[in-house]
Design a protein around this ligand. Structure first.
Ligand code: S3P
Length: 215
């Protein structure tokens, strides 16, 4: 674990306190980052901005789930329920982690993924940092409800503010175990992405070689 600007950065499950002046060398730079936090925290938009800033690939775990299953997340919840969704989510996460192999990647996880203990352990074993994106629960609710309204859809687990708030409170301690916590309320995504880069010492890659492209 490393401390950066008073924030805790865990690496590989080991704990190490940052001594003043200590820096990660190029050989131990992070090449991957996982964004976690409640629905509406901005994991996807901030993840995209962070990917663009670093020239790293961006992936949203929910998109992978939808591609694998040929169904939207809402449809999986509706047809099979939350428990089945969590199984599907875990399988997709394992697949994603197996495919990483040193790729420079920003990964946004669905709001419930990191609070599942088995997933949290899998993530910790990668040695890569997790970033908890947080905002006041009223703001999270407002963003989710507006998004659902704009799309003319209902979102799983977003139907009643009291339940939404309780779920957020129940999960908050788990999210807080992430390597760093960043507040997203009322701030531009580019600023938040820059703060993540700074607090974790992430490095931009000069050029990304796309799959299938000649090096
Ligand atoms: C969920 C969050 C959603 C999605 C699913 C369940 C949750 O992702 O994975 O609806 O349990 O918090 P987002 O956090 O990206 O909205």
């Amino acid at each position: 674990m490393k401390k950066r600007s008073g924030k805790t950065v865990r690496t590989g499950g080991r704990a190490r306190k940052r001594t003043s002046g200590s820096k990660r060398g190029p050989e131990d730079a992070f090449n991957c980052v996982f964004l976690v936090g409640f629905m509406g925290a901005g994991k996807t938009s901030i993840g995209q901005a962070l990917g663009a800033l670093l020239n790293w690939e961006f992936e949203d775990l929910d998109d992978r789930i939808e591609r694998r299953e040929g169904q939207s997340v809402s449809e999986i919840f509706r047809d099979f329920g939350e428990e089945k969704f969590r199984e599907t989510e875990r399988t997709a996460l394992k697949q994603l982690l197996n495919e990483l192999q040193g790729a420079a990647k920003v990964i946004a996880l669905g709001g419930g993924a990191f609070v599942q203990q088995e997933n949290a352990l899998l993530l910790e074993r990668t040695g890569m940092p997790t970033v908890f994106l947080d905002a006041p629960v009223e703001e999270l609710w407002r963003r989710c409800s507006e998004q659902a309204r704009a799309l003319g859809e209902t979102r799983p687990l977003v139907s009643d503010f009291e339940q939404f708030r309780k779920r957020y409170e129940n999960r908050r301690q788990r999210y807080a175990k992430a390597s760093v916590t960043i507040q997203t309320g009322n701030r531009p995504v580019e600023k938040i992405a820059a703060e993540i880069v700074e607090s974790l010492g992430l490095k931009k890659i000069a050029m990304r070689v796309e799959q299938g492209e000649a090096e």
